[in-house]
Design a protein around this ligand. Structure first.
Ligand code: SF4
Ligand code: SF4
Length: 423
């Protein structure tokens, strides 16, 4: 669908009453304190883009790029405007007019091909001894890649040698009687950077009677593409994943990753595929997708009688934006943590405030992202926790970077990793 015809662009902009409520909650506006960086300013900018008052060029993209797509503004807007969707649609419109070879290489080629993506992460693992910055310079990649790669090196410090796909089978049988056949949507972040989360998830699911299918043909959920002006590629990825998972006759599709479950939700499918295509084929698929903590707690109702002590750990929970704001999932991860013997859950102030990670944002906007992170770290440190639990690999990487940056020795784990220790 054309940019100007998108429902958010066509119908929603006119609902903005310029009340400024979105500004009061935006973590980026809190740092930049300039109207052009405010959600309201973005709405106005998209309107000007739509009406041809400004050209779809890099300067407009850069202004709109000062946004985490965290959805906080959208949840607070009294007019119900999906501000993050407007922003993503505009980024895509500009990228269509002014695409860059680096973006094309990364998002249309590399990030659509799981084997190539795995090979790149293996190169990164190898590069850890040489230094990513040095390797990238040697290969001339600094000319091609968006953002500040030398800074990104600080975040991509711990690339595991083997991905989750390399460690897990395609079909993982249930222990004992099979209750459910479950597809596991293994996102790129968990697969390549946090494989231990996937191992823990499969352990807990199979222990509780699930046969876990990890289709080798699955690809990225498309959220990094939505964030980087590649809506068309995101659409292709969604179509592919819907086709592949639908052929498997599954009872549910679970994912440990907040970004993946929000990318595969009804709301995002409607936005990326368009209402007409969504109605034809997206509904059943979207309704099968469940966040792992919700699935374990409310659908599977896991066996807690045999749990052993996993701690003692003083644990605080960080709400990923794509779980709390995009899907209103807040209580289930906490309830799950409370079930684990040895876990003492302590709440931090503003637990649902963005950590500044937001997928590729921390790579493309390192300094700004770090300023948002520093605020989160102060709230984490005040809890005196030993573990920060969260349900998103992007948040995990960002918070791990925060621990190193602030020399605070807490570990960052998915709740399912603590749960797996108790079985
Ligand atoms: S909260 Fe909504 S209506 Fe108010 S200024 Fe922001 S976008 Fe406009
Ligand atoms: S999505 Fe988040 S960062 Fe972007 S404008 Fe809205 S509140 Fe600010």
């Amino acid at each position: 669908m054309k940019f100007k015809e998108l429902p958010s662009v066509k119908d929603q902009i006119k609902k903005c009453v310029r009340c400024g409520r979105c500004r009061t909650v935006c973590p980026i506006f809190a740092e930049i304190k300039n109207e052009t960086a405010a959600p309201r300013g973005h709405v106005f900018m998209v309107q000007m883009l739509r009406d041809g008052v400004v050209e779809p060029d890099n300067s407009v993209y850069e202004r709109l790029g000062n946004c985490l797509l965290c959805e906080t503004c959208s949840t607070f807007c009294p007019s119900g405007i999906d501000i993050h969707e407007l922003n993503a649609a505009a980024r895509s419109y500009i990228t269509e007019q002014k695409g860059s070879p680096g973006k094309h290489l990364i998002f249309d080629k590399l990030w659509c091909n799981p084997a190539l993506l795995r090979m790149s992460s293996r190169m990164m693992w190898g590069a850890q001894t040489l230094g990513l910055q040095k390797l990238a310079r040697t290969l001339g990649l600094t000319q091609l890649l968006p953002g500040d790669l030398p800074q990104a090196e600080k975040i991509l410090t711990q690339v595991p040698r083997r991905s989750a796909r390399e460690q897990l089978k395609e079909i993982n049988p249930a222990r004992g009687e099979r209750k459910l056949r479950v597809g596991y949507f293994l996102g790129c972040g968990t697969d390549l950077f946090n494989p231990e989360v996937a191992l823990a998830a499969v352990k807990v699911l199979t222990h509780n009677g699930c046969e876990v299918v990890i289709p080798r043909s699955m690809k990225c959920c498309g959220l990094p593409h939505v964030a980087n002006g590649k809506l068309g590629t995101a659409r292709e990825l969604l179509r592919h994943n819907i086709r592949e998972f639908s052929a498997l006759k599954l009872d549910y599709i679970v994912t440990d990753c907040a970004s993946c479950s929000s990318a595969l939700s009804r709301k995002n499918l409607q936005f990326v595929l368009g209402e007409e295509e969504f109605s034809r084929q997206g509904i059943h698929f979207a309704d099968q997708v469940v966040d792992l903590t919700v699935f374990l707690l409310e659908i599977l109702k896991i066996d807690t009688k045999t749990l052993k002590m996993a701690g003692p750990f003083r644990v605080t929970y960080h709400d990923p934006c794509h779980l709390a704001k995009a899907q209103n999932i807040r209580q289930q991860p906490r309830e799950l943590l409370k079930l684990i013997p040895g876990v003492e859950l302590v709440e931090m102030v503003d637990a649902d405030r963005c950590c500044g990670g937001s997928g590729t944002f921390s790579l493309t906007h390192y300094d700004l992202s770090s300023r948002v992170l520093d605020k989160k770290m102060e709230n984490i440190k005040a809890t005196e926790c030993e573990v920060v639990a969260t349900c998103c690999p992007s948040c995990t990487m960002q918070l791990q970077h925060g621990m190193a940056r602030h020399q605070y020795p807490a570990r960052v784990l998915h709740p399912v990793e603590l749960l797996a220790r108790a079985y």
